[in-house]
Design a protein. Structure first.
Length: 273
């Protein structure tokens, strides 16, 4: 971290690792800068500044990103304490508010997990950045969304004391996909792996999360639907009764659509610089 003497606030400084080592690295650096710059939302970590100690293009090999500094991450918080339902409502609402903004730009977050959700002392949450234009990724509402909500939200409702066994553990709770849904999975490797698993029925989440707010469980049930065509979106989730005290359609903004055409062009490393 560092102290910005102009804004008089503490900031986070990230040094990009080998930003121009190859064409792939150079393109990735350019994309990260553009994506961060595009994010202008109070629940998403955005770019405050960028600098380099280089004085010429020849020795331009270091890039430093300046972003919002947050006190902790959700991973550490849920390990140390059990959150109240009021805390959960506020945190998940902010998460969905940030995701609605990200998704509206045509961007997905491919690494959503507790350690990428920054939270300050006022319980204000920002989604950490690991963003990709949707054209380069899987379906926006793909299985990865179920994986996130299964591995993250239950950790908020329950004390963090077990490791999550990824896909198999997911199936043990939400059940194995139907034959109809399996046809929608484009990855042959993933499809064959799922088909190799024994049939598992969907569990009753009310029994799994016994004692949790019924509205929270209802929301989870809608989030953990494997079929992306039937699963609730971030925008729809914001209007769920669980967030009745926070939901305000006029204060849940969307972003301008992200244009990735520039970064898809063929350029030399110096041109990317």
């Amino acid at each position: 971290s560092a102290y910005d003497t102009k804004t008089r606030q503490k900031v986070a400084v990230k040094k990009l690792s080998r930003p121009f080592q190859s064409l792939i690295h150079a393109r990735r650096t350019y994309r990260e800068l553009r994506l961060l710059k595009h994010m202008k939302h109070e629940n998403v970590i955005g770019l405050l500044d960028v600098f380099t100690p280089a004085t010429s293009i020849e020795n331009f090999n270091e890039v430093y990103l300046v972003t919002n500094l947050m006190g902790a991450d959700l991973n550490n918080i849920v390990k140390c304490q059990k959150l109240t339902d009021d805390h959960i409502q506020f945190l998940v609402y902010q998460l969905l508010r940030g995701l609605k903004y990200i998704h509206s730009a045509g961007i997905i977050h491919r690494d959503l997990k507790p350690s990428n959700l920054a939270v300050n002392e006022d319980c204000e949450l920002r989604v950490g950045v690991m963003l990709f234009p949707i054209m380069n990724c899987l379906n926006l509402k793909g299985l990865s969304a179920v994986y996130f909500f299964f591995t993250t939200l239950p950790l908020i409702f329950l004390k963090y004391n077990v490791d999550i066994d990824q896909l198999k553990r997911i199936m043990e709770v939400v059940g194995t996909p139907s034959s109809e849904l399996l046809k929608k999975i484009s990855s042959e490797h993933a499809r064959k792996y799922i088909e190799s698993l024994p049939h598992m029925p969907q569990q009753d989440l009310k029994a799994v999360f016994r004692g949790a707010n019924p509205l929270a469980v209802d929301l989870l049930e809608k989030m953990l639907i494997l079929d992306s065509d039937k699963r609730i979106t971030a925008s729809e989730a914001l209007a769920h009764p669980y967030f009745v005290q926070y939901h305000d359609p006029d204060d849940e903004p969307e972003a301008e659509l992200y244009d990735e055409s520039i970064e898809n062009k063929e350029r030399t490393i110096d041109e990317w610089k």
